[in-house]
Write a protein that binds this ligand. Structure first.
Ligand code: COA
Length: 389
């Protein structure tokens, strides 16, 4: 039985900052951000969006009434949680109108958690093939103004419907995992921005990729040539390129050229959004499948998921004949229609998020065109609005 990704959708903010403009404001060469980091635009997440609203905005447009009736598992992977106890998935389930008889859970392991959700969902559907699982990776990536990590911020959510006989990608049952205690990136409970040793985290990322990739090839007796393209977690798109380059010596010149050409499509949409932590690998998958005319049904893709702290996983999937029908076809146009904000406006939005305080607060949301918005906090409870509700 084939099990895998049946539908794949994305949501981010309607605002972005231009990376050349940000570089100039930070006294950096624009090419450092555009080429050295590999980012053209960065999503600016307004105070009216958080991990919950982004997740609901990603999932709602793709779900039919039949999907909603069949979903009995909802996993939200996030490291931008809004509560130390209650799962963001509970809020998301309510906004989406899911049935009460659904297992709702939030998962955390830095940028890796959505992959744990996909694997849990895959196993669940193999046991209950008449059911569907909804997995969402949703985050706001924040490092702080004027920090080295600033050009690698962004945010958004990727929603995946996991089912039997999937339209998009049939997932392999084998994968290679690695998990160890590494202090490359973490966020203590009292911090709103991540603590990171950026260079160290980039090196650990490559070490983990090499380890799980080679281990996968060896333990599954797979030739690297059997993989048409490799898709990466992209905290910034140059990161994936560095990892890809590190394994090029394993294959011949033709395959090297093919992998590099496919990678340009895999990073196309991520270049315009920035980091989105848990959803990043899956936005790259969406980018690969939406923009790469050379890919065909039957092609096998390798996927590398990485979360600092650290955990890595490599697994594969095969493109299905009806792939395009399951994808967020309107995404490139939506990204093109976003409003560019100045660096000053971005800084103001960055600093005016809902505060981690007990008092009632309100958030300006009139300019936010999304269906689900955060309007504020009342009696220590976040207030969400469904404009179609
Ligand atoms: N033209 C082209 N490239 C340029 C350039 C220019 N004018 N100026 C600098 N660069 C290149 C550098 O050579 C470097 O490339 P390399 O990584 O291939 O060597 C790249 O731009 C970045 O420059 P660097 O000086 O290393 O940047 P930085 O010290 O400001 O920090 C990160 C870069 C990624 C470490 C930082 O943004 C960060 O900490 N990000 C968050 C952590 C993260 O995303 N980790 C990834 C694993 S999860």
């Amino acid at each position: 039985m084939k099990v895998g990704i049946d539908k794949l959708h994305f949501a981010t903010s309607h605002l972005y900052v231009d990376m050349a403009e940000l570089a100039t404001a930070r006294q950096a060469e624009p090419d450092k951000y555009l080429i050295g980091i590999g980012q053209s635009k960065m999503a600016v997440i307004p105070p009216s969006q958080d991990a919950v609203t982004l997740a609901a905005n990603a999932a709602a447009p793709m779900l039919t009434a039949a999907d909603i009736a069949a979903i009995d598992l909802l996993v939200v992977g996030t490291e931008s949680g809004i509560d130390n106890s209650k799962a963001s998935a509970i809020y998301v389930a309510k906004l989406l109108g899911l049935d009460r008889r659904v297992r709702t859970i939030e998962m955390k392991e830095a940028c890796y958690a959505a992959t744990a959700g996909v694997q849990l969902a895959q196993d669940h559907v193999r046991v209950h093939p008449d059911k569907k699982a909804l997995v969402i990776g949703s985050d706001v990536a924040r490092y702080g103004l004027n920090t080295p990590g600033e050009p690698t911020q962004g945010g958004g959510a990727v929603a995946m419907l996991i089912s039997a006989d999937p339209k998009v990608l049939a997932l392999g049952t084998e994968s290679s995992l690695l998990s160890e205690d590494v202090m490359d990136f973490w966020r203590p409970l009292y911090h709103t921005e991540a603590l990171v040793d950026g260079k160290y985290s980039s090196n650990i990322y490559i070490d983990y990729f090499q380890d799980v990739f080679k281990n996968y090839l060896q333990t599954t007796q797979t030739s690297p040539e059997a993989l048409t393209a490799l898709v990466f977690h992209l905290p910034y798109t140059k990161m994936g390129l560095k990892a890809l380059r590190s394994v090029l010596p394993l294959v011949g010149a033709n395959q090297q050229a093919q992998w590099l050409a496919h990678f340009e499509h895999a990073r196309q949409l991520n270049r315009q959004v920035g980091n989105l932590y848990t959803g990043s690998l899956y936005l790259s998958l969406l980018s690969q499948l939406l923009t790469d005319p050379q890919l065909q049904p039957g092609n096998q893709l390798g996927l590398f998921s990485y979360g600092s702290g650290a955990e890595g996983e490599f697994y594969t999937g095969v493109i299905q004949p009806d792939c395009q029908a399951g994808l967020d076809q309107g995404l490139p146009q939506r990204l093109a229609r976003r409003r560019r904000v100045s660096v000053a406006e971005y800084e103001a939005l960055f600093s005016h998020q809902l505060q981690w305080r007990a008092d009632d607060q309100s958030v300006s949301y009139a300019d936010d065109p999304h269906r689900f918005v955060l309007t504020g906090q009342k009696d220590e409870q976040r207030q969400y609005l469904d404009r179609q509700g």
